[in-house]
Design a protein around this ligand. Structure first.
Ligand code: GUN
Length: 292
């Protein structure tokens, strides 16, 4: 069994990005600029956004964090989105999700200029991704594809099960694993109502677990030699930890890992790759790689 080190891979990629930024700036080009909007004080979102800002520094990007209280009216948030759309210094921006219940998340995503949508959540980017056109690809699926490539894991023609069908991970992941220029695999998507989930997993060469249910994937669901990618990051109370919780994946690591050829740990697997893919998208935005 080989552990897939997302932390080390992400660090290496951020170094590569920083080197490219140095060259761009030395040649008189513009430093890429990522803005992030954070609404409220959710612990998970605070951590994610803080890590995104730190990653920007590592990559040599400019970053701007815009904070709003939980009760911000939707119109005010939409006005800020419009302002960032029109700010020529901002190359890309994100609105950290989830948003409070009184705000229509889809409406906010649709308000973002797709040319600055470095999360790849706008329907134009989602649509372009699904037919293989250049676009911003959402960060977690892009990070997973990058990890599989950097570890030379064969995906072409393999049976891949994606657990979960969220707009952020499950759906784009299944699309990418299916496409010839990415996974080129045979893809099955399983979710909470799938009747043959266990049997499908048992036949899979690659399982990508993104259902947000701690320890859901057990050893009896995994074929000998399978590749396991664990996207789960549920906060589970843990009195032995300083913060009072630990991050738990969707895979029961201790019993599943001995059966795998490759497996991502939690933490230190997919998580760091998500942030580094956002940096990659921001660099692309700065270079106007996909859209003029
Ligand atoms: N919430 C959980 N993951 C993400 C992400 O990739 N981007 C944004 N904006 N919010 C998230």
């Amino acid at each position: 069994m080989q552990l897939i080190d997302g932390k080390a891979t992400a660090a290496k990629i951020k170094e590569e990005i920083a080197e490219e930024v140095k060259q761009i700036v030395a040649a008189g080009g513009k430093q890429p600029h990522l803005a992030a909007i954070l609404v409220g004080h959710d612990g998970g979102s605070e951590t994610y956004v803080k890590n995104k800002v730190i990653a920007c520094e590592t990559c040599g990007f400019k970053s701007t964090l815009i904070r709003f209280e939980e009760d911000i009216p939707e119109v005010e948030l939409l006005a800020k989105v419009k302002e960032l759309n029109e700010d020529s210094d901002v190359d890309g921006f994100i609105v950290q999700l989830p948003l409070p219940k009184h705000i229509d998340e889809q409406k906010v995503i649709m308000a973002i200029d797709y040319r600055k949508d470095v999360d790849g959540f706008h329907p134009i980017n989602v649509g372009r991704m699904s037919i293989g056109l250049p676009c911003f690809i959402s960060a977690t699926p892009l990070g997973i594809i990058t990890l599989l490539r950097r570890y030379n894991i064969e995906t072409s023609g393999k049976k891949c099960v994606v657990l979960g069908r969220s707009n952020i991970v499950g759906k784009p992941m299944a699309q990418l694993m299916m496409q010839k220029q990415y996974g080129d695999a045979t893809v099955t998507v399983c979710h909470s109502h799938s009747k043959t989930l266990k049997e499908d997993c048992k036949e899979a060469d690659i399982i990508i677990a993104a259902i947000g249910r701690p320890d859901f994937v057990t050893a009896d669901m995994v074929k000998e030699g399978a590749v396991i990618v664990d996207v789960g990051t549920t906060r589970v109370p843990d009195a032995t930890k300083k913060k009072g919780f630990r991050l738990n994946g969707d895979v029961k690591f201790d019993e599943v890992s001995p059966k795998c050829s490759f497996i991502t740990p939690v933490p230190g697997g997919v998580g760091p790759m998500t942030i580094c893919s956002l940096m990659k998208n921001t660099l692309s935005a700065g270079k106007k790689e996909f859209y003029k």
